[in-house]
Write a new protein. Sequence first.
Length: 199
Amino acid sequence: MRREILLAHNSGDWHGCFIRCNGHGLEQERFKSQLSVQDQGGKVVAALTNVSSGQMRSMDFDEPPAEMQISPEGHWSLGPDRIGAWPWVSELCLVWGERRRRAVIRHGSERLESLVVVSEARPGMEEPLPPAPLQALASPSLTGPGLIWSLPAALGVTLQTADRRQSGVSEEVALCWQPEPGIQLEIRRRYGAYGALEP
């Protein structure tokens, strides 16, 4: 069922924009993208094209990886099944009908290295974008040791990342999105005090 849920909400073509920020939340790069997610010969094939450079990257799998968390609504997160005193990357995705928001959060061994925010929609739809350069603003999380990053209203998202990495402390990353007034979506990926991914 995980595969079917993922494809039901995320397959097809998506046009979007990647915005990459450094560990201080300041935009370093942005580019328009095209993403195709298809079921081809029993494999899920995802092909991402950087429209500016023409560079394409693709990945495929028979079944979603065990460490991929998929909600009944089609939201998903991906990253290592265990973290420790080394760099790690998480990707999170929220889907709302014909629109999506994704985030790629890269942590170094000691602190946040970069944030990537992706605004996507079906072909023919235009999602608003903030003017460049984007500056995400961080504030301490009220529920744990992490940081909450506020992004411009055009994107409608906030992110939670780890702050200064500490052994023996649980970690959490999250993507929250308000696609419409009164609608609040979120997906969280939690790691326990010993670094293991929690359900």
